[in-house]
Unconditional design. Structure first.
Lengths: 202, 202
DNA sequence: GGTGCGTGTTACCGGTCAGTAACAACGGCA
DNA sequence: TGCCGTTGTTACTGACCGGTAACACGCACC
């Protein structure tokens, strides 16, 4: 029934012990990420999750609903990663800032499909799509956390540095998709360190 | 027949004196930009261009073909803008660099849908889509031009600055889509000037 | 007056899409 | 045993998708 855009049959590829809802959610996240939200159908998701379309619609009222739930789990994981910075380097905002840079670089290197939230914002052009508010809130939250980190690290122009680093990471993740791994995104770590040093020196 | 995603009927919205091919091309560019490539159908494009699907397919062998041609015109216009920098400030690479920054800021402010090339890279997930090579080549060309500009302006770490500014612009244009006009992208001009100053001071 | 090319029109193809209805089978639980 | 909530199965709807065939029309050019 469901077909992966490449042409191959779908393969059940998630923990079969979990409840259908969780299987659908994690499968949908993976497929949306790989093939785009508009590039994958609910039938394919259900089949890859080892269940069927009816069960999917019993748990998620619509495809847009499912998309929003997926993005919510993405946001939740992002928040957990932020928490880890302060756990790994308690009371050391400078170390946390550099960990943020390293984590960003690792993100870019590990997967060529960029940020799920930003990609969704590109793909879902409807200005009143329910996912838009979610994306906006999360992105704003991440930037504010970064600004607080910069301020705590003693940067005088903390807001400006946070904006700069935010744009650089966002740009690196989309540049990785358009010009590939060899492009500017490959130097994200070095560039970020240089920019931070410049702001600290000022 | 064709329907705009909003639900309204399509309206013919291009110069009716031009030949069908040109009308289709400019209409497709506009609709792809507003609703996404996967979000608009060839029927809608043809109707909005004041013609029909058959004529569209006589000029463009497939939808992917049409997409590629659209992106080529985007690339051509981008190249012309680059040329304008050296025309407006001949022999003054520093002025050209600042004009690049100002132009980028104006781009962000004028339209919330970001870069057509980057958006296409996000939307067209097929790794061997004919548009991917085009996008990659153009993006690489723009970065190289910027690097030459930075070097000519006397920046020692010209390559690194070019990468940084490239990512910042790319990020600003996608951030504008996800967090809105009030987000970090609003400060792109100030941030870029600060980064350039920091690289010049080093 | 003819000839051909570009264009318009209509109808169609097979496929995919999101979403729903009706019913059968399962599981635990009392 | 009977009950009930969850799940699976099948089939369906109506819409849209990219792409094509066949044919009629108009217009320039010779």
């Amino acid at each position: 029934m469901g077909k992966i855009p490449g042409g191959a049959e779908v393969a059940v590829s998630c923990c079969p012990t979990a409840r259908p809802r969780e299987r659908i959610l994690s499968t949908a996240r993976d497929l949306f990420r790989r093939y785009g939200i508009r590039g994958i159908g609910v039938d394919t998701i259900a089949e890859a999750a080892g269940t069927n379309k009816m069960t999917l619609y019993r748990h998620f009222g619509s495809k847009d609903d499912l998309v929003c739930e997926c993005l919510k789990t993405v946001a939740r994981e992002g928040s957990e990663i932020w928490d880890r910075f302060s756990v790994d380097h308690p009371g050391d905002p400078t170390a946390q800032l550099h960990q943020w840079v390293r984590y960003g670089a690792a993100c870019i290197a590990s997967d060529g499909r960029g940020c799920d939230l930003a990609n969704a914002a590109v793909e879902l052009t409807e200005p009143d799509h329910p996912a838009r508010r979610l994306i906006e809130d999360v992105k704003r939250d991440y930037r504010d956390r970064l600004a607080r980190l910069c301020a705590a690290a003693g940067v005088v122009q903390a807001e400006l540095l946070a904006d700069t680093l935010s744009l650089m990471l966002e740009g690196a993740r989309v540049s990785r998709q358009s010009v590939g791994v060899e492009g500017p995104s490959a130097r994200f770590l070095r560039m970020s360190e240089a920019v931070i040093a410049a702001f600290k020196g000022a």
